[in-house]
Design a protein around this ligand. Structure first.
Ligand code: DHB
Ligand code: MG
Length: 212
């Protein structure tokens, strides 16, 4: 480990150690062959701090995967809070429901199965925070729908703002990378959003909706 990795491990050990439930969920997902693209514990803790700072009670996630991030989020919700999370893959959605059962948070999590762009227009606006962590090519479309669903002062969060460093390799123009670039540009320049990217894991975009 270099010094920067040592410091990261130090922070994770102090602030973001997984409990037995999260460790078991991570193991199960690895053993089941789920894609290894879930957030890290470090990132989970950052999400929790941000959600608490925003007093988030109604949270939306796009891209449930196996529910690992959802457990971190659900645990940070204030009293009476609710996480709505959208997943297109029925097998992933099934695993996520199991994760939420295991973590004892199923009463405050709703998994919606289907295409996010089909579901988003039917959701009730006024979310306190929205976490985008799904496929990258349609990110700008997710962005547009999310800003409409977010309350003034709400938090827009998006995983993989660096997309494994590929956002700055301009020779690489694959559609998913262009999707992340277009999203980052939009978040950076939209006057409705005050945003930046925290260099947490693969880049966590954090924005506050400052105008309608
Ligand atoms: C990929 C990684 C992610 O964390 C994600 O949310 C979606 C896609 C990827 O590497 O392709
Ligand atoms: Mg991701």
């Amino acid at each position: 480990m270099n010094r920067s990795e040592e410091l990261q491990a130090y922070v994770v050990e102090l602030f973001a150690a997984e409990d037995a439930v999260l460790a078991e969920i991570r193991r199960e997902h690895r053993d089941a062959g789920l894609p290894d693209i879930a957030i890290s514990a470090e990132e989970g803790r950052v999400l929790q701090v941000l959600l608490r700072a925003a007093g988030a009670r109604r949270v939306l996630e796009v891209g449930t995967l196996g529910g690992y991030s959802g457990v971190w989020i659900a645990r940070a919700l204030g009293a009476g809070g609710k996480l709505t999370t959208i997943e297109i893959n029925p097998e992933f959605a099934r695993m996520a429901r199991r994760s939420f059962e295991k973590a004892g948070v199923s009463d405050r999590v709703e998994v919606l199965e289907g295409r996010a762009l089909d579901i988003l227009p039917f959701l009730e606006p006024g979310f306190d925070a929205i976490f985008l962590d799904a496929d990258k090519e349609p990110l700008v479309d997710y962005y547009r729908a999310s800003l409409d669903l977010l309350r003034l002062g709400g938090l827009l969060l998006c995983d993989n703002a660096f997309f494994n460093g590929r956002v700055v390799d301009l020779t690489d123009t694959r559609p998913d990378i262009e999707g992340v670039r277009a999203f980052n540009r939009m978040a950076a320049t939209d006057p409705r959003l005050l945003a930046t990217v925290l260099p947490v894991r693969d880049g966590l975009l954090v924005g506050v909706k400052v105008a309608e």
